[in-house]
Design a protein around this ligand. Structure first.
Ligand code: ZN
Length: 178
């Protein structure tokens, strides 16, 4: 089950791939028209055995919307519509990342440890969020999806992702000085 767009290693460098599209802002007078899409996004996180975030483009809708659910429990989602980064800061940390759209692979990605951003919620209210650590990495991964960037673009030495073995994606592999 599931309707997430999945790509293979051979698709990684295909610029026509839908996952490479830059998503466009949602007209917020229209938020109610997003309910179906957002509910499907929430469902896909829970259907997967490990996902904590998803972007609308992964369901084929090139809109600037992502959902995260760090607990992977019902009603613990944060819905971010037209999100905007305020700042990305803190130390660089390296973690293994995976993506629902490239099943069975993971790769080492360096990201900064903190993010603060603004986003509109399901009620149409703009809220400010600040996260650190693993959550900050997940959110940066989702912001990348909105611009057609995939985690393998950020891997060192442009190596291909590795076949996923069981891993703890909250674990920091390495902390790097700024
Ligand atoms: Zn992803």
């Amino acid at each position: 089950m599931g309707n997430v767009i999945e790509v293979t290693i051979n698709d990684l460098f295909d610029e026509n791939n839908i996952l490479r599209h830059k998503s466009t802002e949602v007209d917020i007078v229209d938020i109610s028209s997003l309910y179906g899409l957002i509910n499907n996004m929430k469902k896909e996180i829970l259907l997967s055995s490990h996902a904590t975030g998803i972007s609308a483009i992964q369901l084929g809708s090139p809109l600037r919307v992502f959902v995260i659910n760090m607990k992977r429990e019902k009603n613990r989602d944060i819905v971010a519509i037209n999100p905007r980064v305020i700042s990305i800061s803190g130390r660089m940390q390296k973690r293994l990342e995976g993506c629902l759209s490239l099943p069975n692979y993971s790769g080492k990605v360096k990201r900064r440890n903190k993010i603060s951003f603004l986003a509109i919620d399901m009620e149409g209210i703009e809220r400010q969020y600040e996260f650190e650590g693993y959550t900050a990495a997940v959110i940066q991964h989702e912001f990348d999806h909105l611009d057609g960037i995939l985690y393998w673009d950020r891997m060192e030495n442009a190596q291909l992702p590795n076949k996923r073995v069981a891993y703890d994606n909250e674990k920091v592999i390495e902390v790097l000085e700024n």
